[in-house]
Design a protein around this ligand. Structure first.
Ligand code: C2E
Ligand code: CA
Ligand code: CA
Ligand code: CA
Length: 277
């Protein structure tokens, strides 16, 4: 594939390496994907661990490529971030997710919430406040139905302005979760100034919770700390009944993972809701 890549993009500088060329072709593809509506959101259920009720879902983007088929976000989100395309893609995600959540009450959810992943660049370059307010307004939902997932990498940019924006959005009623909690840097330092609602315990600590004592100890510690700070916890990557039972013993609040349900298209999630309430 290496020589094929070179043939296709012969007009570029010889020094331009294959990775750069490939990234360029992905970013051209992403632009087209946006124009031609090739993105789709999948929804993965989030359950209250005590009651077993579905309390929300995380929106996860998929690229339905006309030739390649379904492409995972892990392979195109990094390119979307580098090319800046994550800003318009992220706006589309917000619009779509807000439109969808407004239908979940009819399917049985009491106070439906959709969780949307935000990239650092949406804060640095996009007008995130406007994007979020536009999406909520267009869908006619209340801000409390939208939860925004941030990773600690958001802090590599202008920390002060990120904090100020988050504070303003929280005052407007939006909810915030720190995603992949435990894998970032300075987690504890940021927790003090970063007024979020929930910590999402990274799946790398959850996956082996039954067999790995260290992982179990870390999860217990995160839950305890969150309680002390008045924050909720959600564990992601819950793959077995045993892991679920263990998390219940630790008094983790919510769970998400293949054991409860894989990410699924919107229509299937509505069915899931009808069957699980
Ligand atoms: P993430 O936000 O940490 O999302 C969780 C990922 O774990 C998802 O992968 C989900 O399908 C997967 N997962 C859920 N339950 C389990 C489980 O029980 N076991 C295992 N092994 N995996 C599980 P996915 O959908 O491929 O997304 C990958 C990443 O792409 C996400 O990680 C997120 O960082 C990014 N992403 C997805 N959608 C968006 C989006 O709309 N905007 C942005 N900026 N990033 C997104
Ligand atoms: Ca996430
Ligand atoms: Ca995560
Ligand atoms: Ca992740």
């Amino acid at each position: 594939a290496k020589s094929e890549g070179r043939d296709t993009y012969r007009f570029f500088n010889e020094e331009m390496n294959y990775e750069a060329t490939e990234q360029l072709s992905i970013s051209v593809g992403l632009r087209k994907a946006l124009e031609h509506h090739q993105f789709q959101l999948f929804y993965q259920p989030q359950l209250d661990i005590e009651t077993g009720r579905v309390v929300g879902a995380e929106a996860l983007i998929r690229w339905i490529h006309p030739e390649t088929g379904m492409i995972s976000p892990a392979s195109f989100i990094p390119v979307a971030e580098e090319s800046g395309l994550i800003v318009p893609i992220g706006e589309w995600v917000l619009q779509e997710a807000c439109r969808e959540v407004s239908q979940w009450r009819d399917a049985g959810m009491l106070d439906p919430v959709v969780a949307v992943n935000l990239s650092a660049l949406q804060f640095a370059r996009g007008n995130i406040e406007q994007a979020v307010n536009d999406a909520v307004m267009a869908a006619g939902i209340s801000p409390s139905m939208l939860e925004l997932e941030l990773t600690e990498s958001i802090m590599i940019h202008d920390t002060e302005s990120v904090l100020a924006t988050v504070r303003r959005l929280k005052q407007q009623g939006y909810q915030f979760t720190i995603d992949d909690f435990g894998t970032g840097y300075s987690s504890l330092q940021y927790l003090k100034s970063f007024a979020v609602d929930k910590l999402k315990i990274d799946q790398s600590f959850v996956r082996d919770i039954i067999n790995n004592e260290d992982d179990a100890a870390i999860v217990r510690a995160i839950v305890q700390m969150a309680k002390g700070l008045g924050l909720k916890t959600i564990a992601e990557g819950v793959e077995t009944a045993e892991a679920m039972a263990e998390l219940k013993r630790y008094h983790c609040d919510e769970v998400q993972g293949y054991y409860l349900g894989r990410p699924m298209p919107a229509a299937q999630f509505i069915k899931y809701l009808r069957e699980h309430q």
